[in-house]
Every structure is written in C-alpha cells, then in structure tokens.
Design a protein around this ligand. Structure first.
Ligand code: ZN
Length: 268
C-alpha cells in the first residue's frame, strides 16, 4: 500500500499544517508500517499553498531502512525540483481527458503523457525510481465519460518509458466495481509484467468495493490516506481517499498482508 495522506490528503484540506506537523504525520504512518509514502507534491505554490514547503518536507523526512518517499510532479520543472530535493521516487501524473489535463496541468492529455514519459527518463538518468499515474481514468469532471480504451492505450505507451508501475486513478470518485474490474484487467494485460496500482476516492462510498475488486482483478498496489482525508479541488463536495485503516482492515481480514499495523494506524 502507498500512504498518500501527506500529499493527496493534506493537499485538499483547508487547514494548513506546518512542516514539522507534516513530518510528524509522516513519521507516525511509518511507525504504523507504511513503507511507501507520497510525501509531497512539487507543484506551483501559488496554486497549491498546502504544498509550498515541499523542499522543507523533503529535507526533514524521517529516513528509515526500506522506506521510499514519493514526490508527485505535474511537469518537468516539478520533476527537477523533486530530484534536487532528494526524493526517492517521482510520481508523474497525466490525465486521460483533455478537460482535466488542461485545467490541472495546462496541457492536453497527449502532452501530459509525453511529459510523464520524459519525467521517467529523467528519473532513470538520476538513478531514481519513477511511476506514472493516469488520472480521470474512470471519468472527468469536465469531459464526462472517459473511454476505457483510451486509458489502456495510454498505459501501454506509458509502460514503454520504463516506470516501476502504472497507476489508474479515479480522481473524482465515480468508478463502480464493474468498471474497475474490467479496466484493471485490461491495463494489467497491456503493461505486463509491470504492476497496476490503483487510486480511489470515496465520493460515492464505492471506494472500498473498488479496492477489493481491483485487487481481485490483479492490482498489486493500493493507495489510501490515513483517516480518509483529502478531496478533489475540482469536486467541491467530494470526500477523500479511501481510508488506510479501513483498507488495511479489509485486506488483512481477507488474508492479504499489508505490512500495516491496524492498532497503530487507529491511534495515529
Ligand atoms: Zn487523489
């Protein structure tokens, strides 16, 4: 599992946390067993003030054996900042729809995919890991329905750049389990042997069902945020990510090992 609370969670909360509060949060999720943490996004601080201290967070990260810190980036400039800041892994984001790509990243969907491939190459040149996330994979707040075949084709092209995984993200929380099952299977087949990662928002309370379905369909990595914090800047009343503690409970009770300690998660 990837803990995205410090990035996707805090980025969408109206309360601004100090750098030291963020670092304490990150330290506690690691204490609870998290081994991959999306710690910050390297984006325009004017647009996302919650992430303005990304470099300071990166400098203060609690380094532990076996823990990887991911820096999310939306363009090459962000990637260079994240590399300079010493992030272990770059999380490059593209969008399956032009409407979202243009609003969120100032570029078309095609251009966002090309940028992601360039970011992966850049990371590899610096001997760092990189991963590509396809946002609005299940629907777009501006363009509406997204053709699943578009997502599969993007995943296939993205895989060619050499990332460690491809993530498909339900950015606004519209996916249903049936759609998740079909898309995860199709993307997995298109990028094999690369693993599929999934990112769900719980806007319509389908989040946990979607996680379960995705895992059954072959997804190997699941994003979640502690306490389900977060939202989406383009969907004002959207609730957050799927809660880490609920996903861990569901998977552990079902016989999967998440590496997370539920008791520690709940008191965190
Ligand atoms: Zn998200």
């Amino acid at each position: 599992m990837v803990e995205v609370g410090p990035r996707d969670g805090l980025q969408n909360e109206s309360v601004l946390l100090s750098t030291s509060q963020k670092l304490e949060f990150i330290g506690r999720v690691i204490d609870a067993g998290a081994r991959r943490v999306e710690a910050a996004s390297f984006v325009n601080p004017k647009l996302v003030p919650q992430m303005a201290d990304a470099e300071a967070v990166a400098a203060g990260l609690p380094r532990r054996e076996g823990v990887t810190f991911i820096g999310l980036v939306l363009n090459k400039r962000g990637a260079l900042r994240a590399l300079e800041a010493g992030m272990d892994e770059l999380g490059a984001v593209c969008a399956a729809s032009d409407g979202f790509a243009i609003r969120n990243q100032g570029m078309t969907s095609d251009a966002s995919l090309a940028m992601c491939c360039e970011v992966v190459r850049l990371a590899r040149e610096h001997a760092r890991r990189a991963q590509i996330t396809i946002s609005t994979a299940f629907g777009c707040p501006f363009d509406g329905e997204v053709d699943p075949s578009r997502v599969v084709e993007m995943a296939r092209l993205a895989a060619g750049a050499g990332p460690v995984e491809i993530a498909i993200a339900d950015t606004i929380g519209v996916a249903s389990p049936g759609e998740v099952s079909r898309l995860v299977e199709s993307v997995a087949a298109a990028i094999r042997p690369l693993p599929v990662r999934v990112h769900f928002h719980n806007t319509r309370n389908t989040g946990l069902a979607n996680v379960w379905t995705a895992v059954q369909a072959g997804a190997k990595i699941v994003d979640a945020s502690l306490g389900g914090i977060g939202g989406c800047p383009f969907t004002p009343r959207a609730t957050g990510n799927v809660p880490t503690e609920d996903v861990a409970y569901m998977l552990e009770r079902s016989g999967y090992q998440t590496g997370l300690d539920l008791d520690s998660l709940v008191v965190s």
